[in-house]
Design a protein around this ligand. Structure first.
Ligand code: ZN
Length: 198
C-alpha cells in the first residue's frame, strides 16, 4: 500500500478528507446537494477511486468483489460509530478484517548503507486490492488512535466523517468549502434577519 500524504481534501472530485484510508472508503457514499451518491457503485467508479487512493489494481491476481466491498463499507461505517463511542467491535467485523489481511505482511530487508546497516520495510498486500488495502489500513489504525477524534461532520445533512488529526481536536466540518462556509453564511443571514448583521 502506498497511500501518499494528504495533498488535498478532494482528488478529482472525490472526498479524501477522512484522515485515514478506511474512513475515506466509508466516505464513498456522500450526499451531494441532497442526492446520495455511491462513488464505487460500478466498476469504473471503483477503478477511479482506487487510483486516487493510490491502490494498485491492475496487477491484482484476485479482483475485488462488489458485494464484499459493499458489506465491508457498511461494517466499517458501523465500526466508526462503535470506536467513537468506545464500544467493542463486532465479532463479525473482526473476522472479516482478519480474513482480508491474513496473507498480507510487512517485509523487512537489511540494506548496507556503508558505515551503517539500515532496515527497509514495506507492506506486501495479498488478496483483492481495495478490500485488503482498506482492511490493512483499518488494522493499522486500531493500533494507535484516540476515540474522541472520530467525528461526523457537524452539518446534519452531510454524511461525511473523519479522524481529526489537528493539535486542538476542534475540527467540526468535513471541509470548509462544503459545509463550514455554508454554516457561516447561514449564521450571517440569521444575524442579518434579526437586525444584528455585523
Ligand atoms: Zn460536511
Amino acid at each position: 500500500m502506498h497511500q501518499e500524504p494528504f495533498s488535498g481534501e478532494f482528488r478529482e472530485g472525490m472526498p479524501f478528507l477522512g484522515g485515514s484510508l478506511w474512513i475515506d472508503f466509508v466516505n464513498t457514499t456522500p450526499v451531494i446537494k441532497g442526492t446520495a451518491l455511491d462513488l464505487i457503485g460500478d466498476a469504473s467508479g471503483l477503478a477511479h477511486w482506487a487510483r486516487q487512493a493510490n491502490i494498485e489494481t491492475a496487477l491484482a491476481s484476485e479482483p475485488d468483489d462488489p458485494a464484499t466491498l459493499h458489506d465491508l463499507r457498511a461494517q466499517l461505517a458501523e465500526a466508526f460509530d462503535r470506536l467513537a463511542a468506545s464500544k467493542p467491535l463486532s465479532a463479525d467485523l473482526i473476522a472479516t478484517i482478519n480474513h482480508l489481511i491474513e496473507h498480507s505482511a510487512i517485509r523487512r530487508r537489511l540494506a548496507d548503507a556503508g558505515a551503517t546497516t539500515t532496515v527497509d520495510e514495506h507492506v506486501e498486500l495479498a488478496g483483492p486490492p481495495v478490500a485488503s488495502a482498506v482492511a490493512w489500513d483499518f488494522a493499522q489504525f486500531l493500533g494507535n488512535y484516540e476515540h474522541q477524534r472520530l467525528r461526523h461532520c457537524d452539518n446534519p445533512a452531510c454524511t461525511m466523517q473523519f479522524y481529526d488529526v489537528g493539535k486542538n481536536n476542534r475540527r467540526r466540518w468535513c471541509t470548509m468549502s462544503l459545509c463550514g462556509n455554508r454554516e457561516k453564511v447561514a449564521q450571517y443571514r440569521g444575524r442579518k434577519a434579526a437586525g444584528r448583521a455585523d
